[in-house]
Design a binder for this molecule. Sequence first.
Ligand SMILES: C[S@@+](CC[C@H](N)C(=O)[O-])C[C@H]1O[C@@H](n2cnc3c(N)ncnc32)[C@H](O)[C@@H]1O
Length: 286
Amino acid sequence: MTINSNLSPAEFALFQEYIKEQCGIDFNEEKSYLIESRLSKFLIKFGLTNFEELYRMLNKQKDVGLAEEIIDAITTNETLWFRDKTPWMILEEVLLPAYIDEIRKGQRSKVRIWSAACSTGQEPYSIAMCIDSYLKRFRVQDVTLSQFEILATDISTTVLKLARMGKYDSISMARGLESEYRDTYFRQEGRIWKLADTIKDAVVFRQFNLQNSFIGLGNFDTVFCRYVTIYFSEQFKKVVFSKIANALTEQGVLFIGNSEIFFDYKENYEMTQYKNGAFFRVRGDS
Ligand SMILES: C[S@@+](CC[C@H](N)C(=O)[O-])C[C@H]1O[C@@H](n2cnc3c(N)ncnc32)[C@H](O)[C@@H]1O
């Protein structure tokens, strides 16, 4: 049996549509090699001879497990600790002082933060470490980490499984994590670094597709939706950011990736420049 692992234009069109429908990721023809390279393992695994057979299998069996495996293989899960410097500076210098002040004045009892495409957990755990270290550094005793509810979601079950474990290898640890954070919040066990329970327990992980309705997630004071919409069509990107605007509380804040471009924000957000960074505050009338 000869396996034809070259993706024909017709097969590309089938998978392009399927992937867009399942998770909003929009592959153009130049990225057809990515579909080919990421899905060819399934031809071998199932003894198939070409991608059309895989597509038929996917549609005929309506096998949720296989659909999940395909989405897992297709998504880019690249992430690191404290990705880009500025969101963390803004969290520390602008948002946390305001949230703590509001808690102290009895204007709120908790803060809800959402990491909307959390991959293997580095982003939500960075949020928890940032808050915890801030509270300790400024000797804040009347507000605790438990008053910050951090929800972390992703479409991929594989990354969520890894994230929930809170265990990282040396390569992941070397990506963006300062030694001060590593020494305070991790314990080394052989080649693996284990995250402290205080930080692990501060984050709730849940599978969630950004294509789904956000009702049921509740409202958030801050949303990190970073380096995920870069894979979406302009139209879907607009839908996601508008749904986030609806899920934000009054004065709620959205962070996107520093190298991401967000042209269409004015309807729902006001961009605030802070030092060398920026964030988007939901408009009162949105
Ligand atoms: C490149 S990672 C970014 C991780 C993190 N936000 C960061 O900035 O480091 C993108 C993540 O988005 C997830 N993703 C892709 N499509 C999604 C969708 N429709 N709904 C939810 N998550 C999605 C992927 O599984 C992947 O883990």
